[in-house]
Design a protein around this ligand. Sequence first.
Ligand SMILES: NC(=O)c1ccc[n+]([C@@H]2O[C@H](COP(=O)([O-])OP(=O)(O)OC[C@H]3O[C@@H](n4cnc5c(N)ncnc54)[C@H](O)[C@@H]3O)[C@@H](O)[C@H]2O)c1
Length: 143
Amino acid sequence: MKVFVTGGAGYIGSICVEELLNAGHQVTVFDNLSEGHRVAVDERAQFIEGCLSDRETIINAVAADQSEAVMHFAAFAQVGESMTDPSKYFRNNVANAINLLDAAVEAIQKAAHTGRIGDGKIFISTIDDAIRIRTGERGGEAI
Ligand SMILES: NC(=O)c1ccc[n+]([C@@H]2O[C@H](COP(=O)([O-])OP(=O)(O)OC[C@H]3O[C@@H](n4cnc5c(N)ncnc54)[C@H](O)[C@@H]3O)[C@@H](O)[C@H]2O)c1
């Protein structure tokens, strides 16, 4: 499977990337290196330096990568700081995460409309709901 991992240069993400690669998956890491380290990214992974706050960059990166799954670890993770500076955490961990969700939705739509997945019929309700793709063979599978 091809997996797009945000925050793959960080503590949790980099370990996850290594485990995915060891299990035979292909991995693309997306990280702005604000907290993570380039050397922490396994050499077998493709690396994209970018920030989730940049909507155009993340939308293009997810669409171009054509991954089958996204794993999201790009966030600020200091509990104490999240109490003293909550807006910093809401911006990065909530607002920027919505950019990633939008990017995934756009990539699915693009893939469905170009016939790469499904039969071109795609149903998206709200961002909180599951996205369902109706396919001939994989009828009603939730992703
Ligand atoms: N460390 C833990 O013990 C632990 C436990 C449970 C859950 N988590 C959660 O896992 C996630 C990752 O935690 P971590 O400890 O690996 O943190 P980390 O700081 O080591 O890694 C986060 C990575 O995300 C990147 N990043 C941050 N904002 C970004 C953005 N806007 N665009 C692109 N990249 C961005 C950073 O550069 C960094 O490489 C967090 O959501 C955290 O709450 C961590």
